[in-house]
Design a protein around this ligand. Structure first.
Ligand SMILES: [Zn+2]
Length: 354
């Protein structure tokens, strides 16, 4: 690296010569990892899905001959070797989405500090450890989206594996949290001493990691389970699958209880909008909650500083009565929206009969 003043170069050429190549190399690594992860999520999804639904990804739609994982990832020929029928573009699509997602996420976290909040100040190696931790979560979310789109279910193999890995890594590291399990901003002395953190959290880092992850798991899984019961009762059909319950439990185990509540706040509304759109466009009364919940998680991961610090949510999260009121209100709103969906479905069916 040359000093622009010594060599007489302008700062602009120094920027072009030094910063741009380093940035491109940095981004290429994440693009490459993301492409492989995206393709792997499609292939794993194809393995887990019903064979006849996943045709054209690993199995040929013409002669039923199978191709291997490596062949599907590295083969540039999209046609079957035996009968010449084309395979689907799913792996290519997954690779592209994975590359953009991974590189974009790494850029937002490392360059723009989209997850930097004043309460969580881990040491640099641990902070960098959180990036691969979250990239692994993105891989599980992509696989969940793929299986939900191909097969309309999220297999337990994905969510159970993801949950176990999240709890294990959170306990081993003890320093992967977006926000600690409890941060007290309600004290009068916050302006002088900063927010209150319970002493046991500082003394037992690994225990805190375990408690943090399990609290997220129980919050995500528990609230989705209650919501599922209400939706099934109001709509009269299983609108929210048990796969969505285990999915939210998994997401909670990776991001903690406060962010998973934010995901739940964003997810169901997106699900109803998506479901209505699918119904209007295709006439299918299928309410898919999996993909919107996954997308909601990605939004929360990328906007965490904005949500937590700039929107002042941290004040609410250390005041249990306000929090309980908001969750109760959101639950009520959700039930009202479900009644709306039920009425909408009812009138549409009558109009169709005329
Ligand atoms: Zn074939």
């Amino acid at each position: 690296m040359t000093n622009p003043e010594d060599s007489g170069d302008s700062p602009l050429s120094a920027f072009v010569l030094c910063v741009v190549p380093a940035w491109c190399a940095f981004m290429s690594v994440y693009l490459l990892i993301g492409a492989v992860a995206g393709m792997a999520s499609v292939l794993w999804g194809a393995v887990l899905a019903e064979p006849w639904r996943a045709q054209g990804i690993l199995t040929c739609r013409g002669c039923q001959s199978r191709r291997g994982w490596l062949q599907a990832i590295f083969s540039w020929s999209p046609s079957c070797g035996s009968c010449g029928r084309r395979f689907t573009a799913w792996p290519l699509l997954g690779g592209t989405v994975g590359a953009v997602l991974f590189a974009g996420f790494a850029w937002l976290v490392i360059e723009l500090g989209c997850q930097d909040v004043s309460e969580v100040r881990p040491s640099i190696p641990h902070w960098q450890g959180r990036v691969p931790f979250h990239l692994l979560l993105l891989f599980f979310l992509l696989t969940a989206i793929v299986t939900d789109l191909i097969d309309y279910v999220i297999p337990e193999q994905i969510t159970n594996t993801g949950t176990l890995i999240a709890v294990a890594l959170a306990t081993l590291s003890g320093d992967l949290q977006l926000i600690h399990v409890w941060v007290d901003w309600s004290d009068e002395l916050v302006r002088i001493y900063g927010p209150g953190l319970p002493q046991w959290m500082k003394d037992h880092q690994h225990l805190h990691g375990l408690v943090w992850s399990v609290c997220g798991l129980m919050t995500g899984g528990g609230l989705t389970w209650v919501t599922r019961a209400a939706a099934n009762r109001i709509l009269g059909f299983p609108a929210i699958g048990f796969g969505d319950v285990t999915l939210m439990a998994m997401i909670g185990a990776w991001i903690g209880w406060q962010p998973v509540l934010c995901v739940l706040a964003v997810g169901p509304l997106a699900g109803i909008l998506t479901g209505t759109l699918i119904y209007v466009v295709t006439g299918r009364s299928y309410l898919a909650f999996g993909p919107p919940l996954c997308v909601g998680t990605m939004i929360v991961l990328c906007c965490w500083r904005a949500i937590w610090e700039e929107q002042g949510l941290r004040i609410i999260f250390c005041h249990p009565p306000t929090l309980a009121g908001l969750i109760g209100g959101a639950y009520l709103l959700f039930c009202i929206l479900l009644y709306g969906v039920r009425v909408f479905r009812g009138t549409s069916a009558q109009q169709l009969r005329r």
